[in-house]
Design a protein around this ligand. Sequence first.
Ligand code: UDP
Length: 463
Amino acid sequence: MTARPPHVAMLATPGMGHLIPLAELARRLASRHGATATLLTFASTASATQRAFLASLPPAVASLRLPPVDLSDLPRGATIETRMSEETARSVPAIAEALTKMETTCLVAFVTDIFGTDAFDAARAAGVGRRYLFNPTNLHMLSLLLRLPELDASVPGAFRDLDEPVRLTGCVPIPGAYILSPLQDKGDPCYRWMLHHAARCREADAILVNSFDAVEPEAAAVLCRKQETGRPPVYNVGPLILTETDTKSSPRAACLEWLDRQPARSVIFVSFGSGGALRTEQMRELALGLELSGQRFPWVVRSPSDEGAVSDNYYDAESKEDPFVFLPEGFVERTKDVGFLVASWAPQIGLLAHEATGGFLTHCGWNSTLESLVHGAWRADGGMASHQNAVMLAEGIGAVIPVPEPKRKETVARVVKELMAGEQKGAAVRATVAELQKAALEGLGEGGAATTALAEVVEKWAT
Ligand code: UDP
Protein backbone atom coordinates (compact mmCIF):
# COMPACT_ATOMS: atom_id res chain seq x y z
CA MET A 1 0.00 0.00 0.00
CA THR A 2 1.25 3.53 -0.73
CA ALA A 3 1.84 6.23 1.88
CA ARG A 4 -1.39 7.93 0.85
CA PRO A 5 -4.36 6.88 3.00
CA PRO A 6 -6.75 4.43 1.36
CA HIS A 7 -9.68 6.31 -0.13
CA VAL A 8 -13.22 4.99 -0.49
CA ALA A 9 -15.89 6.51 -2.73
CA MET A 10 -19.48 5.99 -1.59
CA LEU A 11 -22.69 6.64 -3.49
CA ALA A 12 -25.69 7.51 -1.31
CA THR A 13 -28.99 7.34 -3.17
CA PRO A 14 -31.63 9.84 -1.94
CA GLY A 15 -32.94 9.66 1.61
CA MET A 16 -31.29 10.49 4.91
CA GLY A 17 -31.83 6.82 5.79
CA HIS A 18 -29.19 5.93 3.18
CA LEU A 19 -26.85 8.85 3.70
CA ILE A 20 -26.55 8.70 7.49
CA PRO A 21 -25.35 5.09 7.84
CA LEU A 22 -23.01 5.41 4.83
CA ALA A 23 -21.49 8.53 6.38
CA GLU A 24 -21.07 6.65 9.63
CA LEU A 25 -19.37 3.81 7.77
CA ALA A 26 -17.01 6.38 6.25
CA ARG A 27 -16.34 7.80 9.67
CA ARG A 28 -15.50 4.39 11.13
CA LEU A 29 -13.19 3.65 8.22
CA ALA A 30 -11.46 6.96 8.95
CA SER A 31 -11.18 6.61 12.70
CA ARG A 32 -10.32 2.90 12.87
CA HIS A 33 -8.42 2.35 9.64
CA GLY A 34 -6.97 5.75 8.73
CA ALA A 35 -8.98 5.87 5.49
CA THR A 36 -10.50 8.91 3.80
CA ALA A 37 -13.79 8.91 1.94
CA THR A 38 -15.90 10.87 -0.52
CA LEU A 39 -19.67 10.66 -0.30
CA LEU A 40 -21.32 11.16 -3.68
CA THR A 41 -24.83 12.54 -3.44
CA PHE A 42 -27.51 13.43 -5.95
CA ALA A 43 -28.59 16.94 -6.81
CA SER A 44 -32.23 15.99 -6.17
CA THR A 45 -31.57 15.64 -2.43
CA ALA A 46 -29.66 18.84 -1.79
CA SER A 47 -31.96 19.92 1.04
CA ALA A 48 -30.94 22.19 3.90
CA THR A 49 -31.03 19.20 6.27
CA GLN A 50 -28.70 17.23 4.04
CA ARG A 51 -26.32 20.13 3.48
CA ALA A 52 -26.06 20.76 7.23
CA PHE A 53 -25.41 17.09 7.82
CA LEU A 54 -22.67 16.86 5.18
CA ALA A 55 -21.04 20.01 6.53
CA SER A 56 -20.86 18.44 10.00
CA LEU A 57 -18.71 15.50 8.86
CA PRO A 58 -15.03 15.35 9.83
CA PRO A 59 -12.39 16.48 7.27
CA ALA A 60 -11.57 12.84 6.39
CA VAL A 61 -15.08 12.50 4.94
CA ALA A 62 -15.62 14.77 1.94
CA SER A 63 -18.76 15.05 -0.12
CA LEU A 64 -19.43 15.74 -3.76
CA ARG A 65 -22.78 16.57 -5.29
CA LEU A 66 -23.36 15.00 -8.71
CA PRO A 67 -24.73 17.21 -11.50
CA PRO A 68 -28.53 17.18 -11.84
CA VAL A 69 -30.14 14.73 -14.24
CA ASP A 70 -33.46 15.22 -15.94
CA LEU A 71 -36.19 13.03 -14.46
CA SER A 72 -39.09 15.06 -15.85
CA ASP A 73 -40.17 12.22 -18.15
CA LEU A 74 -40.98 9.96 -15.19
CA PRO A 75 -44.70 9.69 -14.44
CA ARG A 76 -45.91 11.72 -11.47
CA GLY A 77 -46.72 8.58 -9.51
CA ALA A 78 -43.27 7.05 -9.98
CA THR A 79 -42.16 5.52 -6.69
CA ILE A 80 -39.19 6.70 -4.66
CA GLU A 81 -37.35 3.50 -5.56
CA THR A 82 -37.91 4.05 -9.28
CA ARG A 83 -36.70 7.64 -9.03
CA MET A 84 -33.57 6.67 -7.14
CA SER A 85 -32.78 3.86 -9.56
CA GLU A 86 -33.36 6.07 -12.61
CA GLU A 87 -31.28 8.85 -11.12
CA THR A 88 -28.39 6.43 -10.57
CA ALA A 89 -28.64 4.90 -14.05
CA ARG A 90 -28.69 8.35 -15.68
CA SER A 91 -25.76 9.50 -13.53
CA VAL A 92 -23.38 6.68 -14.48
CA PRO A 93 -21.21 8.88 -16.77
CA ALA A 94 -21.01 11.60 -14.08
CA ILE A 95 -20.14 9.05 -11.40
CA ALA A 96 -17.44 7.53 -13.63
CA GLU A 97 -16.02 11.00 -14.23
CA ALA A 98 -16.01 11.81 -10.51
CA LEU A 99 -14.27 8.53 -9.71
CA THR A 100 -11.70 9.06 -12.45
CA LYS A 101 -10.88 12.47 -11.00
CA MET A 102 -10.12 10.76 -7.70
CA GLU A 103 -7.03 9.22 -9.28
CA THR A 104 -4.86 11.51 -7.15
CA THR A 105 -6.15 9.62 -4.11
CA CYS A 106 -5.43 5.98 -3.35
CA LEU A 107 -8.95 4.92 -4.38
CA VAL A 108 -9.29 1.34 -3.11
CA ALA A 109 -13.01 0.75 -3.14
CA PHE A 110 -16.41 1.94 -4.29
CA VAL A 111 -19.51 1.42 -2.15
CA THR A 112 -23.09 1.93 -3.23
CA ASP A 113 -26.39 1.26 -1.52
CA ILE A 114 -28.92 -1.11 -3.01
CA PHE A 115 -30.67 1.31 -5.37
CA GLY A 116 -27.35 2.30 -6.91
CA THR A 117 -26.18 -1.01 -8.37
CA ASP A 118 -25.90 0.49 -11.87
CA ALA A 119 -23.07 2.61 -10.51
CA PHE A 120 -20.95 -0.57 -10.49
CA ASP A 121 -20.55 0.18 -14.23
CA ALA A 122 -19.10 3.59 -13.38
CA ALA A 123 -16.68 2.07 -10.86
CA ARG A 124 -15.62 -0.55 -13.38
CA ALA A 125 -15.11 2.11 -16.08
CA ALA A 126 -12.98 4.14 -13.67
CA GLY A 127 -10.92 1.06 -12.82
CA VAL A 128 -11.84 0.94 -9.12
CA GLY A 129 -10.59 -2.39 -7.78
CA ARG A 130 -13.23 -3.31 -5.23
CA ARG A 131 -16.94 -2.76 -5.46
CA TYR A 132 -19.16 -3.22 -2.45
CA LEU A 133 -22.85 -3.15 -1.90
CA PHE A 134 -24.02 -1.47 1.30
CA ASN A 135 -27.39 -2.61 2.56
CA PRO A 136 -28.65 0.09 4.95
CA THR A 137 -31.32 -2.27 6.26
CA ASN A 138 -31.10 -5.82 7.57
CA LEU A 139 -30.30 -9.40 6.65
CA HIS A 140 -33.99 -10.25 6.26
CA MET A 141 -34.26 -7.62 3.54
CA LEU A 142 -31.06 -8.87 1.92
CA SER A 143 -32.33 -12.48 1.94
CA LEU A 144 -35.47 -11.34 0.21
CA LEU A 145 -33.51 -9.41 -2.40
CA LEU A 146 -31.14 -12.30 -3.08
CA ARG A 147 -34.08 -14.70 -3.52
CA LEU A 148 -36.25 -12.28 -5.49
CA PRO A 149 -35.51 -13.74 -8.96
CA GLU A 150 -36.64 -17.20 -7.73
CA LEU A 151 -39.68 -15.78 -5.96
CA ASP A 152 -40.55 -13.85 -9.09
CA ALA A 153 -40.70 -17.12 -10.99
CA SER A 154 -42.51 -19.13 -8.31
CA VAL A 155 -45.08 -16.57 -7.09
CA PRO A 156 -47.43 -15.93 -10.01
CA GLY A 157 -49.35 -12.97 -8.59
CA ALA A 158 -48.82 -10.37 -5.90
CA PHE A 159 -47.19 -11.25 -2.59
CA ARG A 160 -50.13 -9.78 -0.72
CA ASP A 161 -52.43 -12.44 -2.21
CA LEU A 162 -50.38 -15.37 -0.93
CA ASP A 163 -52.14 -17.67 1.56
CA GLU A 164 -48.87 -18.72 3.13
CA PRO A 165 -46.11 -16.45 4.45
CA VAL A 166 -42.89 -16.09 2.48
CA ARG A 167 -40.30 -18.40 4.04
CA LEU A 168 -36.61 -17.67 3.56
CA THR A 169 -33.85 -19.69 5.20
CA GLY A 170 -32.92 -18.20 8.58
CA CYS A 171 -35.68 -15.60 8.43
CA VAL A 172 -38.94 -15.06 10.27
CA PRO A 173 -41.81 -16.04 7.88
CA ILE A 174 -43.23 -12.82 6.46
CA PRO A 175 -46.95 -12.68 5.53
CA GLY A 176 -47.23 -11.63 1.89
CA ALA A 177 -49.04 -8.39 2.74
CA TYR A 178 -46.09 -7.28 4.91
CA ILE A 179 -43.50 -7.68 2.15
CA LEU A 180 -42.02 -4.33 1.18
CA SER A 181 -44.34 -2.15 -0.86
CA PRO A 182 -41.94 -1.81 -3.87
CA LEU A 183 -42.33 -5.56 -4.37
CA GLN A 184 -46.12 -5.67 -4.23
CA ASP A 185 -47.03 -4.68 -7.78
CA LYS A 186 -45.37 -6.70 -10.50
CA GLY A 187 -46.68 -4.29 -13.12
CA ASP A 188 -44.96 -1.28 -11.61
CA PRO A 189 -41.53 -0.26 -13.01
CA CYS A 190 -40.40 -0.18 -9.41
CA TYR A 191 -40.77 -3.99 -9.17
CA ARG A 192 -38.63 -4.46 -12.27
CA TRP A 193 -36.02 -2.16 -10.78
CA MET A 194 -35.93 -4.28 -7.63
CA LEU A 195 -35.44 -7.41 -9.77
CA HIS A 196 -32.66 -5.59 -11.59
CA HIS A 197 -30.89 -4.69 -8.32
CA ALA A 198 -31.43 -8.23 -7.03
CA ALA A 199 -29.49 -9.57 -10.00
CA ARG A 200 -26.78 -6.92 -9.90
CA CYS A 201 -26.09 -7.11 -6.18
CA ARG A 202 -24.35 -10.42 -6.85
CA GLU A 203 -21.67 -8.47 -8.77
CA ALA A 204 -20.39 -6.96 -5.53
CA ASP A 205 -17.10 -8.16 -4.07
CA ALA A 206 -18.81 -8.11 -0.68
CA ILE A 207 -22.08 -7.00 0.85
CA LEU A 208 -21.87 -4.86 3.98
CA VAL A 209 -25.03 -4.85 6.08
CA ASN A 210 -26.11 -2.37 8.71
CA SER A 211 -27.27 -5.02 11.16
CA PHE A 212 -25.89 -7.09 14.02
CA ASP A 213 -26.15 -10.75 14.87
CA ALA A 214 -28.24 -10.52 18.06
CA VAL A 215 -31.12 -8.81 16.28
CA GLU A 216 -31.50 -11.54 13.63
CA PRO A 217 -29.30 -14.44 14.83
CA GLU A 218 -30.52 -17.16 12.48
CA ALA A 219 -30.24 -15.01 9.39
CA ALA A 220 -26.69 -14.08 10.46
CA ALA A 221 -25.80 -17.76 10.79
CA VAL A 222 -26.99 -18.39 7.21
CA LEU A 223 -25.71 -15.27 5.46
CA CYS A 224 -22.63 -14.15 7.39
CA ARG A 225 -21.17 -17.44 8.47
CA LYS A 226 -21.90 -19.68 5.49
CA GLN A 227 -20.58 -19.16 1.99
CA GLU A 228 -22.79 -19.83 -1.01
CA THR A 229 -21.57 -20.18 -4.58
CA GLY A 230 -22.43 -17.11 -6.61
CA ARG A 231 -23.26 -14.99 -3.57
CA PRO A 232 -20.78 -12.37 -2.32
CA PRO A 233 -19.61 -12.71 1.28
CA VAL A 234 -21.85 -10.83 3.69
CA TYR A 235 -20.56 -8.79 6.66
CA ASN A 236 -22.68 -7.41 9.47
CA VAL A 237 -20.99 -4.07 10.19
CA GLY A 238 -23.76 -2.42 12.19
CA PRO A 239 -25.34 -0.82 14.00
CA LEU A 240 -24.05 2.26 12.14
CA ILE A 241 -25.93 5.22 13.52
CA LEU A 242 -25.13 8.83 14.21
CA THR A 243 -23.45 9.39 17.51
CA GLU A 244 -25.38 11.64 19.85
CA THR A 245 -22.70 14.31 19.94
CA ASP A 246 -23.25 14.93 16.22
CA THR A 247 -26.75 16.09 16.88
CA LYS A 248 -25.86 18.55 19.62
CA SER A 249 -26.90 21.70 17.87
CA SER A 250 -26.37 25.14 19.24
CA PRO A 251 -28.69 26.57 20.45
CA ARG A 252 -30.08 23.40 22.00
CA ALA A 253 -33.30 22.31 20.31
CA ALA A 254 -36.46 23.31 22.15
CA CYS A 255 -37.72 19.70 22.21
CA LEU A 256 -34.58 18.64 24.10
CA GLU A 257 -35.05 21.45 26.57
CA TRP A 258 -38.61 20.28 27.07
CA LEU A 259 -37.29 16.74 27.70
CA ASP A 260 -34.89 18.11 30.32
CA ARG A 261 -37.95 19.02 32.38
CA GLN A 262 -39.55 15.54 32.21
CA PRO A 263 -38.97 12.66 34.65
CA ALA A 264 -36.63 9.82 33.62
CA ARG A 265 -38.11 7.23 31.22
CA SER A 266 -41.48 8.99 31.26
CA VAL A 267 -42.02 9.98 27.61
CA ILE A 268 -42.77 8.13 24.40
CA PHE A 269 -41.13 9.70 21.37
CA VAL A 270 -43.32 9.59 18.26
CA SER A 271 -41.77 9.76 14.79
CA PHE A 272 -42.14 7.91 11.51
CA GLY A 273 -38.88 8.33 9.64
CA SER A 274 -37.70 10.74 7.01
CA GLY A 275 -40.59 10.22 4.58
CA GLY A 276 -43.10 9.21 7.23
CA ALA A 277 -46.33 10.95 6.40
CA LEU A 278 -49.48 9.37 7.81
CA ARG A 279 -52.84 9.41 6.11
CA THR A 280 -55.19 12.12 7.43
CA GLU A 281 -57.41 9.63 9.23
CA GLN A 282 -54.46 7.80 10.75
CA MET A 283 -52.93 11.03 11.98
CA ARG A 284 -56.18 11.84 13.73
CA GLU A 285 -56.45 8.43 15.41
CA LEU A 286 -52.83 8.66 16.48
CA ALA A 287 -53.32 12.08 18.03
CA LEU A 288 -56.45 10.99 19.89
CA GLY A 289 -54.76 7.73 20.95
CA LEU A 290 -51.79 9.60 22.40
CA GLU A 291 -54.15 11.89 24.24
CA LEU A 292 -56.13 8.92 25.56
CA SER A 293 -52.98 7.18 26.79
CA GLY A 294 -52.21 10.05 29.14
CA GLN A 295 -48.52 9.51 28.40
CA ARG A 296 -46.06 12.34 27.91
CA PHE A 297 -44.94 12.56 24.28
CA PRO A 298 -42.77 14.55 21.89
CA TRP A 299 -44.14 14.04 18.35
CA VAL A 300 -42.53 14.93 15.02
CA VAL A 301 -45.64 15.95 13.07
CA ARG A 302 -45.72 15.85 9.27
CA SER A 303 -48.47 16.97 6.95
CA PRO A 304 -50.52 13.89 6.06
CA SER A 305 -50.37 12.29 2.64
CA ASP A 306 -53.34 10.41 1.25
CA GLU A 307 -51.89 9.74 -2.18
CA GLY A 308 -49.35 7.10 -1.29
CA ALA A 309 -47.04 8.44 -4.01
CA VAL A 310 -43.61 9.97 -3.53
CA SER A 311 -43.59 11.95 -0.33
CA ASP A 312 -41.98 15.32 -0.79
CA ASN A 313 -40.63 14.89 2.72
CA TYR A 314 -38.49 12.01 1.55
CA TYR A 315 -36.50 14.34 -0.61
CA ASP A 316 -36.28 17.44 1.49
CA ALA A 317 -37.33 16.40 4.98
CA GLU A 318 -39.49 19.47 5.50
CA SER A 319 -43.27 19.51 5.20
CA LYS A 320 -44.44 22.00 2.63
CA GLU A 321 -47.54 22.87 4.65
CA ASP A 322 -48.03 23.64 8.33
CA PRO A 323 -48.58 20.13 9.67
CA PHE A 324 -50.31 21.25 12.87
CA VAL A 325 -53.44 22.38 11.01
CA PHE A 326 -54.23 18.71 10.34
CA LEU A 327 -54.43 17.80 14.04
CA PRO A 328 -57.87 17.23 15.65
CA GLU A 329 -59.57 20.36 16.89
CA GLY A 330 -58.51 21.35 20.38
CA PHE A 331 -55.80 18.67 20.52
CA VAL A 332 -52.88 21.09 20.90
CA GLU A 333 -54.55 22.93 23.77
CA ARG A 334 -55.73 19.76 25.54
CA THR A 335 -52.29 18.10 25.44
CA LYS A 336 -50.13 21.15 26.05
CA ASP A 337 -48.97 19.90 29.46
CA VAL A 338 -47.93 16.43 28.28
CA GLY A 339 -47.11 16.82 24.59
CA PHE A 340 -44.43 18.63 22.64
CA LEU A 341 -45.02 18.96 18.92
CA VAL A 342 -42.18 19.43 16.46
CA ALA A 343 -42.92 20.29 12.83
CA SER A 344 -41.30 18.04 10.19
CA TRP A 345 -37.90 17.18 11.62
CA ALA A 346 -36.33 16.69 15.05
CA PRO A 347 -32.85 15.71 16.24
CA GLN A 348 -33.98 12.11 16.66
CA ILE A 349 -30.83 10.65 18.20
CA GLY A 350 -30.74 13.38 20.82
CA LEU A 351 -34.33 12.59 21.68
CA LEU A 352 -33.79 8.83 21.81
CA ALA A 353 -30.65 9.19 23.89
CA HIS A 354 -32.27 11.53 26.41
CA GLU A 355 -32.88 9.98 29.82
CA ALA A 356 -36.49 11.19 29.85
CA THR A 357 -37.26 8.99 26.83
CA GLY A 358 -38.55 5.53 27.66
CA GLY A 359 -40.54 4.47 24.59
CA PHE A 360 -40.55 5.08 20.86
CA LEU A 361 -43.63 4.87 18.66
CA THR A 362 -42.05 4.29 15.26
CA HIS A 363 -42.68 3.06 11.71
CA CYS A 364 -39.89 0.46 12.24
CA GLY A 365 -37.63 2.02 9.59
CA TRP A 366 -34.31 0.34 10.00
CA ASN A 367 -32.23 3.35 11.03
CA SER A 368 -34.80 4.30 13.63
CA THR A 369 -34.80 0.71 14.85
CA LEU A 370 -31.04 0.65 15.28
CA GLU A 371 -30.98 4.07 16.90
CA SER A 372 -33.58 3.08 19.47
CA LEU A 373 -31.83 -0.21 20.22
CA VAL A 374 -28.45 1.48 20.73
CA HIS A 375 -30.08 3.98 23.07
CA GLY A 376 -32.29 1.42 24.78
CA ALA A 377 -35.66 2.97 23.88
CA TRP A 378 -38.53 0.45 24.10
CA ARG A 379 -40.45 0.21 20.89
CA ALA A 380 -43.97 0.06 19.50
CA ASP A 381 -44.79 -0.05 15.79
CA GLY A 382 -47.42 2.42 14.67
CA GLY A 383 -46.39 3.12 11.09
CA MET A 384 -48.79 3.63 8.20
CA ALA A 385 -47.99 0.41 6.37
CA SER A 386 -47.48 -2.89 8.13
CA HIS A 387 -43.80 -3.29 7.85
CA GLN A 388 -41.62 -6.32 7.18
CA ASN A 389 -39.20 -5.05 9.85
CA ALA A 390 -42.00 -4.93 12.41
CA VAL A 391 -42.85 -8.60 11.79
CA MET A 392 -39.23 -9.65 12.05
CA LEU A 393 -38.73 -7.70 15.28
CA ALA A 394 -42.04 -8.71 16.87
CA GLU A 395 -42.13 -12.39 15.92
CA GLY A 396 -38.42 -13.07 15.73
CA ILE A 397 -36.98 -11.58 18.91
CA GLY A 398 -39.89 -9.78 20.57
CA ALA A 399 -38.32 -6.34 20.33
CA VAL A 400 -41.43 -4.36 19.42
CA ILE A 401 -45.17 -4.30 20.18
CA PRO A 402 -47.17 -3.71 16.99
CA VAL A 403 -50.26 -1.53 17.16
CA PRO A 404 -52.84 -3.97 15.74
CA GLU A 405 -54.84 -3.12 12.64
CA PRO A 406 -56.98 -1.17 12.26
CA LYS A 407 -54.95 1.43 14.11
CA ARG A 408 -57.59 3.26 16.11
CA LYS A 409 -57.23 5.63 19.03
CA GLU A 410 -58.11 2.86 21.51
CA THR A 411 -55.47 0.46 20.12
CA VAL A 412 -52.83 3.19 20.02
CA ALA A 413 -53.56 4.13 23.66
CA ARG A 414 -53.54 0.49 24.79
CA VAL A 415 -50.19 -0.28 23.16
CA VAL A 416 -48.59 2.94 24.40
CA LYS A 417 -49.62 2.16 27.98
CA GLU A 418 -48.50 -1.48 27.70
CA LEU A 419 -45.13 -0.49 26.29
CA MET A 420 -44.38 2.08 28.96
CA ALA A 421 -45.61 0.29 32.05
CA GLY A 422 -47.28 -3.04 31.17
CA GLU A 423 -46.22 -6.14 33.04
CA GLN A 424 -46.76 -8.61 30.21
CA LYS A 425 -45.72 -7.73 26.64
CA GLY A 426 -44.34 -4.38 27.79
CA ALA A 427 -42.03 -5.92 30.38
CA ALA A 428 -40.83 -8.53 27.86
CA VAL A 429 -40.04 -5.90 25.21
CA ARG A 430 -38.26 -3.69 27.72
CA ALA A 431 -36.05 -6.63 28.81
CA THR A 432 -35.29 -7.67 25.22
CA VAL A 433 -34.35 -4.14 24.24
CA ALA A 434 -31.93 -3.95 27.19
CA GLU A 435 -30.22 -7.16 25.98
CA LEU A 436 -30.03 -5.95 22.40
CA GLN A 437 -28.60 -2.61 23.51
CA LYS A 438 -25.79 -4.45 25.31
CA ALA A 439 -25.07 -6.66 22.29
CA ALA A 440 -25.06 -3.69 19.91
CA LEU A 441 -22.60 -1.70 21.98
CA GLU A 442 -20.31 -4.67 22.53
CA GLY A 443 -20.23 -5.36 18.80
CA LEU A 444 -19.03 -1.86 18.03
CA GLY A 445 -16.31 -1.89 20.66
CA GLU A 446 -12.73 -3.06 20.47
CA GLY A 447 -12.72 -6.70 19.31
CA GLY A 448 -16.53 -6.65 18.87
CA ALA A 449 -18.26 -8.40 15.98
CA ALA A 450 -18.88 -5.29 13.82
CA THR A 451 -15.37 -3.97 14.38
CA THR A 452 -13.86 -7.33 13.43
CA ALA A 453 -16.06 -7.69 10.34
CA LEU A 454 -15.03 -4.27 9.03
CA ALA A 455 -11.37 -5.02 9.74
CA GLU A 456 -11.70 -8.20 7.65
CA VAL A 457 -13.01 -6.17 4.72
CA VAL A 458 -10.23 -3.59 5.04
CA GLU A 459 -7.51 -6.25 5.32
CA LYS A 460 -8.30 -7.32 1.74
CA TRP A 461 -7.37 -3.84 0.42
CA ALA A 462 -3.73 -4.68 1.01
CA THR A 463 -3.83 -7.81 -1.19
N1 UDP B 1 -34.69 11.35 11.38
C1 UDP B 1 -34.36 12.47 12.16
N2 UDP B 1 -35.35 13.34 12.48
C2 UDP B 1 -36.64 13.16 12.10
C3 UDP B 1 -36.96 12.02 11.32
C4 UDP B 1 -35.96 11.14 10.98
O1 UDP B 1 -33.20 12.66 12.54
O2 UDP B 1 -37.48 13.97 12.45
C5 UDP B 1 -33.61 10.42 11.00
C6 UDP B 1 -33.64 9.21 11.89
O3 UDP B 1 -32.88 9.44 13.07
C7 UDP B 1 -33.06 8.14 10.99
C8 UDP B 1 -33.53 8.56 9.59
O4 UDP B 1 -33.84 9.94 9.69
O5 UDP B 1 -31.67 8.16 11.05
C9 UDP B 1 -34.77 7.78 9.14
O6 UDP B 1 -34.38 6.52 8.69
P1 UDP B 1 -35.31 5.23 8.85
O7 UDP B 1 -34.58 4.08 8.25
O8 UDP B 1 -35.72 5.04 10.26
O9 UDP B 1 -36.60 5.56 8.06
P2 UDP B 1 -36.88 6.02 6.54
O10 UDP B 1 -36.83 7.49 6.58
O11 UDP B 1 -35.81 5.43 5.67
O12 UDP B 1 -38.24 5.48 6.30
